[in-house]
Design a protein around this ligand. Structure first.
Ligand code: GRF
Length: 231
């Protein structure tokens, strides 16, 4: 299979290992986009605070919905927030406002965390390989809305969640992390969704660390971790 060089903005560059060391110590700015309650955002924020996501900070939390619980939580945490309503605007006009805010806050990596809006191709092209999304199913099964309900209704015995790079197609880019969740006979859609959400909170942190670490390549659709040479 043809091995493509991944667009790896966080990969260690150059031959000099001291330079690589310095790169890895650089603080990276995360930009969070959300539309709702923001539990994934809160898990990321908690894990930054506790050091589980080292060398990163959240430089802006943006919502396209005024009443989003995630914005309230971000405000309480003292983070920069912006509400940029999408209603009534065409996709690219709104995306230009969002991208301007992300650039103003010098965002290195964008985390979609329940952002209920498709990004325009133009938006995706502004941050190649630097936009992540979390989806509550084992992609490619059950893309789109209400993934947990889709899985439950289909009768699968195992579901889960996926963190993936965002590309121009819906719920489609290369997969970074997946976590499985068994569907129990005693489950209903709500209990299943709740157990998937617990795994989402773990998966997003893992994926962010993999991407910020930069020690991977993309071969076709496959993200492959590189083995570090030990000194
Ligand atoms: C999560 O289930 C996520 O997978 C999906 O939207 C939901 C957002 O939940 N993309 P929260 O706002 O992070 O609690």
């Amino acid at each position: 299979m043809l091995k493509q060089k991944a667009c790896r903005p966080f990969a260690k560059a150059g031959p000099c290992s001291l330079l690589a060391e310095a790169c890895s110590l650089t603080m990276k700015n995360l930009g969070i986009l959300l539309s709702g309650r923001g539990s994934n955002f809160e898990a990321i924020a908690r894990n930054i605070q506790s050091g589980k996501i080292p060398n990163a900070r959240i430089s802006i939390v943006i919502s396209n919905k005024a009443g989003a619980g995630g914005i309230e939580a971000a405000t309480k945490l003292g983070l920069n927030t912006a509400i940029l309503p999408s209603k009534g605007k065409d996709r690219e006009t709104h995306d230009r406002e969002v991208v301007a805010s992300l650039k103003e806050h010098k965002v290195d990596l964008i985390c979609l965390a329940g952002y209920m809006r498709l990004l325009s191709p133009w938006f995706v092209q502004q941050f190649p390989g630097r936009i992540l999304n979390i989806h509550p199913s084992l992609l490619p099964a059950f893309p789109g809305l209400e993934a947990q309900q889709q899985a439950f209704a289909y009768g699968v015995k195992t579901s889960g969640c996926t963190v993936h790079f965002v590309d121009e197609e819906l719920d489609h880019g290369a997969i970074i992390v997946q976590k499985t969740v068994p569907v129990l006979d005693s489950d209903d859609e709500h209990t299943l969704s709740a157990r998937i959400l617990e795994q989402e909170h773990l998966a997003y942190t893992e994926a962010i660390n993999i991407v910020l670490d930069g020690n991977y390549e993309i071969a076709g659709r496959r993200l492959l971790r590189k083995i570090r040479a030990s000194n």
